[in-house]
Design a protein around this ligand. Structure first.
Ligand code: MUC
Ligand code: MG
Length: 372
C-alpha cells in the first residue's frame, strides 16, 4: 500500500521540573510528530525533539514542519513505504541538510512499513541484538541538594545508576565542585558523566578536567565548541577520561572527520542528528570501525521518539556508554496509550508492530500548537 498523506504537528509538552542546559532551561519540551498514512488507512508515526528553539541546534520545530510540508511530503506521496531507502535517497537529492525533518519522516515511513508487515521496525535493520540497554538520567535541576536527592531516589527505585550532569552554565569552578559533591554523595553506587554542551574554551577545559578525572567522572561530553576539532583532539590525547563528541557529531561525514582527527574518542548517536535511522546505523559503523565508543543519545523525546531511538540502538552491537533514553520519565504526560518500560537500571526495547507505540490522537490534538 502506497503513502497517501503526511501530517506534521508541533507540540509543546509539560515536563516534571525545569531542565537546565548551558544554553537554555527547558520548562516545556517542543517536539515534532509526523504521521504518514497509506491508501488502506494504516498509519506510521514518529517523533523528533528539539531543545531551546534555535539555541541548541539549527533545526527548530517550526522549520522542521514547514520544510516537511513544503519540500519533503510531495516527494514521499505515492511511494511504497518499504522502499524507504530509495525514498530517502530521492529526498536527499532534493533537500539539503534538514536532518531532523528527514529523521522524523524516515522514521514514520519505517513505522508504517513495519506495521504493514506486522513486525517490529528493528527487523528492517537487521533485528535487535539487545532486549534492554543501560539508561542514564540527567541531573539538571540546577541545585546540588535537589540533584543529590534525585540521584538517591533513582538509585533506590533501581531506575538509574548512571547520572549525567549538565555543567555548561555559570562558573566552571563552582560546577566542578557541584559534580564532586554529587560524586561524593553517591559514591561507587553510580557512574557520573558531565555534559558541557560546548561551553568551555580549551583553557577552562584544562583547568577543570584534571579535578573531574581525579574525582572519578567517567566521561566528558562536548567540552569545547562543535567546530573545535583540534582542541577536542588535544584533550582526547591529554586525558585518560573519555571525551565524547555530541554537537560535533551531526552527520555521517562529521563522525568520519572526528574519527580521522581523533577529535573525541567516543560519539553520541542521535537519530535526529544523523538524519534518520539508516544514517544512524552508518554513523555507528564508522565509529565501530575507528574504535570509537558509542553512546545512545537523546534530545529528550517523549515515549514515541524514545521508542524510535531505542529500537535502532538495539540493533547496534556495542554501546559502550549505554544510553540516555530517559525522555519519557521527564514528561508529565504521554502521547501514547502504552508506556516505555524501565527496569533494573535499563530501558526495555519496545516490541512491534512498528516502533511498538500506540499513538493517542486526542493527546496529539491536546498538545499541538494552534494552526497545526
Ligand atoms: C545533550 O546535549 O546531550 C540529552 C540529555 C540531556 O539532558 O540533554 C540532552 C542534550
Ligand atoms: Mg550532549
Amino acid at each position: 500500500m502506497k503513502i497517501q498523506a503526511a501530517e506534521v504537528f508541533v507540540l509543546d509538552m509539560p515536563i516534571i521540573r525545569p531542565h537546565q542546559l548551558a544554553m537554555h532551561t527547558i520548562t516545556e519540551q517542543a517536539i515534532v510528530v509526523a504521521c504518514v498514512r497509506d491508501t488502506d488507512g494504516a498509519e506510521g508515526w514518529a517523533e523528533v525533539a528539539t531543545i531551546g528553539g534555535a539555541s541548541y541546534g539549527e533545526s527548530t520545530p517550526e522549520a522542521i514542519k514547514v520544510n516537511i510540508d513544503r519540500y519533503i511530503s510531495p516527494l514521499i506521496i505515492g511511494k511504497e513505504p518499504i522502499a524507504f531507502g530509495k525514498i530517502m535517497d530521492d529526498v536527499a537529492r532534493q533537500v539539503r541538510g534538514n536532518h531532523f525533518a528527514k529523521a522524523v519522516i524516515e522514521s514514520a515511513i519505517v513505522d508504517l512499513a513495519a506495521r504493514q508487515r506486522g513486525i517490529p521496525a528493528y527487523e528492517l535493520f537487521g533485528g535487535k541484538i539487545h532486549d534492554s540497554l543501560p539508561v542514564a538520567w540527567t541531573l539538571a535541576s540546577g541545585d546540588t541538594g535537589k540533584d543529590i536527592e534525585e540521584a538517591h531516589e533513582m538509585l533506590e527505585k533501581r531506575r538509574h545508576n548512571i547520572f549525567k550532569l549538565k555543567i555548561g552554565k555559570g562558573d566552571a569552578q563552582k560546577n566542578v565542585e557541584h559534580v564532586l559533591a554529587i560524586k561524593q554523595a553517591v559514591g561507587d553506587s553510580a557512574r557520573l558523566t558531565v555534559d558541557v554542551n560546548q561551553a568551555w574554551d580549551e583553557d577552562t577545559a584544562n583547568r577543570c578536567i584534571p579535578a573531574l578525572e581525579e574525582g572519578g567522572v567517567s566521561m566528558i561530553e562536548q567540552p569545547l565548541p562543535a567546530w573545535d576539532h583540534e582542541g577536542m583532539a588535544r584533550l582526547t590525547s591529554r586525558y585518560r577520561v573519555p571525551i565524547l563528541a555530541d554537537e560535533a557529531a551531526t552527520s555521517v561525514q562529521e563522525v568520519f572527520k572526528i574519527a580521522k582527527h581523533r577529535a573525541g574518542n567516543s560519539i553520541a548517536l542521535k537519530v535526529c542528528k544523523a538524519g534518520g535511522l539508516t544514517d544512524t546505523k552508518k554513523a555507528a559503523a564508522i565509529a565501530e570501525a575507528a574504535g570509537l565508543g558509542l553512546y545512545g543519545g537523546t534530545m529528550i523525546e517523549s515515549s514515541l521518539g524514545t521508542a524510535v531511538c531505542a529500537q535502532i540502538y538495539a540493533t547496534i552491537p556495542a554501546l559502550q556508554f549505554g544510553t540516555e533514553l530517559f525522555g519519557p520519565l521527564l514528561f508529565k504526560d504521554t502521547l501514547t496509550t502504552n508506556d516505555i518500560k524501565y527496569e533494573n537500571f535499563e530501558i526495555v526495547i519496545p516490541d512491534g508492530p512498528g516502533f511498538g507505540m500506540e499513538v493517542d490522537r486526542d493527546k496529539v490534538k491536546k498538545y499541538a500548537r494552534s494552526g497545526n
